[in-house]
Design a protein around this ligand. Structure first.
Ligand SMILES: Nc1ncnc2c1ncn2[C@@H]1O[C@H](COP(=O)(O)OP(=O)(O)OP(=O)(O)O)[C@@H](O)[C@H]1O
Length: 307
């Protein structure tokens, strides 16, 4: 089920939280929603899940507008809110049965659905415990199970791995990736490697506006523009090597990192690899390292959101 967002705007009084954004998410796609604190991620997610009303613009889910059919559309959506509200006094199984009934799962299907979610979310060993007795990570798993209990076609996950230990993070990411093959998933996070590990596409929002939309590779390419190489060249004096590198016509800047290790920036749309190689052959210098430096997602994020 596809989600289409058209010119969506939300204000809280004078505070503009979401400012005229448009994007689409297709079935089978996992979209990573990134942005600094207060960027508008949760507000957007709350509008998609119909927890708060849209001010301007529209959201269509499977072709139906949230403006006219919000209640009906809710059954297609599973939502893990940022603070994962749970009934702490309930046992895991009771809570999941209760959530299933709330979400309109027919009574005779509830035991089977609960069983499936317990298995999928790795809750078997904890299923008889009260939620209050669970660790943070297991509470998060219960939140995920609750979000998926009615087998929704769309999953909206607000910071799903917050508070999890590294092992649990890997497991929950695996789980989301698996689920995302058939469903439409939007997840927000502050953890940049998480987006690379889990998401097909990244949307970066800042001050209520979309500032980037694409795959991690695309964003990197856009940000890179210029080739950046790290090289170690041996068997020559570092001053002479640096001078010769600077003289290569395609090179725009050279920075010496350590003794004979340099960072070479090429001019826009030019590559210096072959010239560096030829230079070393001519001078009997030996290249022991020549690697293109990847722009990190962190750098792209900082670049786009700290203006
Ligand atoms: N109920 C509210 N009343 C007034 N302002 C609000 C309310 N909820 C959010 N805001 C404001 O709207 C803006 C967007 O907030 P939102 O919670 O959507 O950001 P976010 O990207 O989810 O941030 P975070 O990463 O910190 O969770 C912020 O300036 C915030 O202070």
């Amino acid at each position: 089920m596809d989600i289409k967002i058209d010119n969506l705007t939300k204000n809280y009084g004078p505070q503009k939280a979401v400012d005229n954004i448009s994007f689409e998410v297709k079935t089978g796609e996992i979209l990573g929603f990134l942005g600094p604190n207060g960027a508008g991620k949760t507000t957007t997610m709350k509008m998609i899940t119909n927890y708060i009303a849209v001010d301007k613009g529209d959201i269509t889910i499977g072709g139906g507008s949230v403006r006219s059919g919000g209640e009906k559309l809710r059954k297609h959506i599973g939502y893990l809110p940022e603070h994962n509200p749970l009934y702490l006094d309930m046992a895991v199984l009771d809570y999941l049965e209760f959530s299933a009934a709330l979400q309109g799962v027919p009574g005779h299907q509830i035991p089977e659905r609960v069983k499936e979610m317990v298995k999928l979310c790795g809750l078997n060993a904890e299923k008889h415990k009260k939620i209050a007795e669970l660790s943070k990570g297991y509470r998060q798993r219960v939140g995920l199970a609750q979000a998926m209990i009615h087998n929704p076609e769309i999953l909206i996950l607000d910071e799903p791995t917050t508070g999890l230990d590294p092992n649990q993070i890997v497991e929950i990411r695996k789980l989301i990736k698996e689920i995302g093959k058939q469903k439409t998933v939007i997840l927000s996070t502050h953890i940049l490697p998480e987006v690379e590990a889990t998401c097909d596409r990244i949307l970066i929002i800042d001050n209520g506006k979309i500032v980037a939309d694409g795959t991690a590779d695309n964003l990197r390419k856009q940000a890179q523009g210029q080739e950046l190489l790290t090289t170690t060249i041996e068997d020559g004096a570092s001053e002479a090597i640096e001078k010769a590198l600077r003289a290569i016509p395609s090179v725009s800047a050279v920075e010496r990192l350590e003794n004979n290790r340099f960072e070479i920036q090429s001019k826009p749309d030019m590559s210096s690899k072959r010239e560096v190689f030829k230079l070393c052959v001519e001078n009997n210098w030996v290249i022991t390292e020549l690697t293109p430096t990847e722009t990190k997602l962190e750098d792209i994020f900082r670049d786009l959101t700290t203006k």
